[in-house]
Design a protein around this ligand. Structure first.
Ligand code: NAD
Length: 275
């Protein structure tokens, strides 16, 4: 056990050094980063796919053929996602931004937790649950307004303007990714020198192409994930474990490598000067 701890420490130190040495770091995240916030991922034991058939609920065809059943599913999942708070891993990534180390976060998640944690530049490949749009006229509604309609029993919720069915602005299977966001994510991935991947099985395409693009353009990859992925062999560092613990340790190590601020205490008047 002791040996394992030692190995993990070495990997954490190596990841921290790569982060601190990087000039353009991208963070790429998936559902696994949010499981410690109480939001189930898709493929882990107990994940959503062990409880639901993705073909029946998470596709655009399922939404179109029975919007009422789709919204009932969303409401069933709902409160956990809506009330979730960022966990240690999200906070660690926000800390990395404060250290000036994050060029941007690219996420497959729709939960908005990176923004809640404090990251300012987040590319949401699969949209977000913060808004919904009319499927007919594209009018946009804040989520809270939609929740009010649902509370009043309007399922599916309908557009005030033309009674079109509202859909959360999340990308379902069978839909294309928001083109400008995906284009920017491609450019960012090709331009980064280091990509830190946290909590993704890396099997959902086209999102999963981004780490490969980064690697092909010469970037180094760090992967923090509970289970093995097909990209493990492509990564400079692979750390297996809970994202919250591992990411906190990595950030502590990054901070520890910063030059110490000297505090000069001037005798007499109560003044101190930081250098
Ligand atoms: P996935 O379910 O395919 O894989 C999640 C990965 O995270 C797994 O390999 C698992 O081992 C790992 N993991 C789980 N808990 C972890 C933890 N605490 N620490 C470290 N690793 C952990 O998820 P994916 O790769 O993101 O792809 C699936 C799709 O799921 C994405 O398109 C995303 O849009 C969607 N999704 C999003 C949310 C969310 O917004 N929170 C939740 C469920 C699904």
């Amino acid at each position: 056990m002791k040996k394992k701890g030692g190995e993990e420490e070495k990997l954490i130190a190596k990841a921290a050094k790569m982060i601190m040495d990087s000039k353009k770091l991208i963070v790429f995240t998936g559902a696994g980063i949010s499981t410690e916030s109480g939001i189930p991922d898709f493929r882990s034991p107990g994940g959503l796919w062990t409880r639901y058939d993705p073909a029946k609920v998470a596709t655009i065809d399922a939404f179109r053929s029975d919007p009422k059943a789709w919204w009932t599913w969303i409401i069933d999942l709902g409160t956990g996602v809506l009330d979730a708070k960022p966990n240690k891993a999200h906070i660690a990534i926000a800390e990395l931004e404060k250290l000036g180390k994050v060029d941007c976060v690219i996420t497959q998640n729709i939960d908005g937790l990176h923004q809640k944690a404090g990251n300012s530049y987040v590319l949401e490949l699969h949209g977000s649950i913060t808004t919904a749009s009319c499927t007919r006229c594209r009018a946009s509604y804040p989520r809270d307004q939609v929740l009010e309609l649902i509370k009043l029993g309007e399922i599916p919720p309908l557009c005030d303007l033309d009674a079109g069915v509202l859909k959360l602005d999340v990308v379902l299977f069978g839909e294309t990714l928001p083109p400008l966001v995906f284009q920017e994510a491609n450019q960012k991935s090709m331009a980064c020198d280091t990509m830190l991947i946290v909590g993704s099985s890396l099997v959902v395409y086209p999102a999963a192409v981004l780490p490969k693009l980064a690697k092909d353009q010469g970037a180094k990859l760090i992967l923090v994930n509970m289970e093995p992925t097909d990209m493990d062999d492509e990564c400079e560092v692979v750390i297996r474990g809970k994202a919250g613990d591992i990411m906190s340790k990595i950030v502590e190590e990054c901070k520890a490598s910063l030059p110490l601020k000297k505090t000069i205490i001037i005798e007499g008047p109560k003044t101190s000067v930081e250098q």
